[in-house]
Design a protein around this ligand. Structure first.
Ligand code: SAM
Ligand code: SF4
Ligand code: SF4
Length: 345
């Protein structure tokens, strides 16, 4: 089987109850992180005594690669490695090498950029094609306060340049905007990355997990973000690159590039959501805001065949009706949802 079309014909890619295909898999390769971003892993919760998973509990590389192959067979086209911080997982290059051998797969990774300067070339050599780097401010004091481990912004900027030089391009830059933390960073970020060849995307602050104390008032809306930039550097809407693209594209009217906004809160895109998530210990979640997941590790370690696992995945996906962001209320925001560092951002 060579092409995705061939696969689709033979495998009958599953659709969920809202008619959505399964196309993207996000794999959390570790729930650990060297940052303590205030909106993701607040220090008060993820402190020294936090009970992170033991080594035996987390999926090993062979298990992850096997799951990836099975998902490819049911039609997944894109895999994103995430976490936690994926680059703190030891020998991550070996996993990338294994995944890069799967035909027809678009393989990418989201990182906080702290280890990228050192690792970019090894990642590229292992077969990675692109990276997304999270960066919330260019102001060193603001950045250090948001990562809450006093990490300097220059090291992330060097990582971004090293990634681009290594050919992991275009580099996408993700900026989460939280009111009272970094809305003053919107314009400096836009100015800095305009014309750089890197693609800057602003993300609305979300109520993932249940430890970040999310309130609607803390969300700086995509509309506000665009208006702020437009007032100084006029923008116009651009067409999506493909159907179901989550980032709305805006281009500078003077032709100096484009930015994206991901309006997960104010303009939910659940109807196009083709994503599934695999947690560090091998649980499958059909929504970022899920409260329960399906234990694939038990199947893997219990001797299930590829066909059996494939069937379980298809059954799980076919039963899916998730559309959390479309039905979010102040009540749902308080539910005991899975943490983003565990489920994979
Ligand atoms: N550690 C890596 C990083 O920061 O890029 C990968 C994992 S992180 C959970 C993935 C993405 O989720 C990051 O871009 C981060 O900014 C975003 N994120 C985390 N918590 C968020 C929240 N409450 N709302 C919106 N985005 C969030
Ligand atoms: Fe770590 Fe990424 Fe979460 Fe920040 S957003 S705490 S870097 S996992
Ligand atoms: Fe997909 Fe769930 Fe996010 Fe909606 S809320 S876009 S269904 S992950």
């Amino acid at each position: 089987m060579d092409t995705l079309q061939d696969l689709r014909k033979t495998q009958n890619a599953p659709r969920d109850r809202l008619g959505r295909e399964l196309r993207d898999l996000r794999i959390s390769v570790t729930e650990r992180c060297n940052f303590r971003c205030v909106y993701c892993m607040p220090k008060e919760v993820f402190g020294k005594d936090y009970p992170f998973l033991d080594r035996a509990e987390i999926l090993n590389f062979e298990e992850i690669a096997r799951i990836a192959r099975i998902f490819r067979e049911v039609g997944v086209e894109k895999i994103r490695l995430t976490g936690g911080e994926p680059l703190v997982r030891r020998n991550i290059e070996q996993l990338i090498e294994m995944l890069a051998r799967i035909p027809g797969l678009d393989l990418t990774l989201t990182t906080n950029g702290s280890l990228l300067k050192r690792k970019a070339r090894a990642l590229r050599d292992a077969g990675l094609k692109r990276v997304t780097v999270s960066l919330d401010s260019l102001d060193d004091a603001v950045f250090r306060r948001m990562n809450d481990v006093d990490f300097p912004v220059t090291r992330v900027l060097e990582g971004i340049e090293e990634a681009a030089a290594a050919g992991l391009a275009p580099v996408k830059i993700n900026t989460v905007v939280k009111r009272g933390e970094n809305e003053d960073s919107i314009l400096p970020m836009a100015r800095y990355f305009r014309g750089s060849g890197h693609i800057l995307r602003f993300i609305e602050y979300m109520d993932v997990g249940h430890t970040n104390g999310w309130r609607m008032d803390d969300v700086v809306t995509a509309r506000e973000i665009i208006a702020t930039i437009h007032a100084e550097m006029p923008l116009e809407p651009a067409d999506p690159n493909y159907r179901g693209e989550v980032a709305e594209r805006w281009r500078y009217k003077d032709g100096s590039g484009e930015i994206g906004v991901i309006a997960s809160v104010t303009r939910a895109f659940c109807r196009n959501c083709t994503r599934i998530r695999l947690s560090t210990e091998g649980r499958l979640y059909t929504c970022l805001f899920a409260t329960t997941g399906r234990d694939l590790r038990a199947l893997l370690r219990g001797g299930a065949s590829d066909a059996e696992i494939r069937d379980q995945v298809a059954v799980l996906w076919s039963a899916r009706a998730d559309r959390y962001s479309e039905i979010r209320t102040s009540h749902t925001a308080k539910l005991q949802k899975i943490e983003m560092s565990y489920i994979g951002g």
